[in-house]
Write a protein that binds this ligand. Structure first.
Ligand code: ZN
Length: 94
């Protein structure tokens, strides 16, 4: 995980061991408290289900090339959302 405050890399397991609760961890570099961003997990969930719907649709529907092209949209949108989640990270300052 990456600290959103000082951008240093933190060992998530190590940080969790020092935490006072399951919800918060402390950055060993800048001592700031961090928590998981609820919006980030929402983004991941929506992205995953969008991707899943597109992928399942492509597997089940035997449509024309136009329909198949259309089904690439949710697949791509879902992948982009998951990529944003991955790049941005899920931790915010508490
Ligand atoms: Zn930090």
């Amino acid at each position: 995980m990456k600290c959103p405050s000082c951008k240093s890399k933190i060992d998530e397991k190590q940080a969790r061991e020092k935490a006072d609760s399951e919800k918060r961890v402390r950055c060993p570099e800048c001592q700031v408290w961090l928590k998981e961003d609820p919006k980030a997990s929402q983004l991941l969930n929506i992205g995953f289900f969008t991707w899943l719907a597109g992928t399942a649709g492509k597997g089940m529907i035997d449509g024309t090339p136009d329909v198949m092209m259309l089904l690439n949209i949710p697949v791509l949108v879902g992948l982009v959302m998951m990529a944003i989640w991955f790049v941005r990270g899920k931790w915010i300052t508490a």
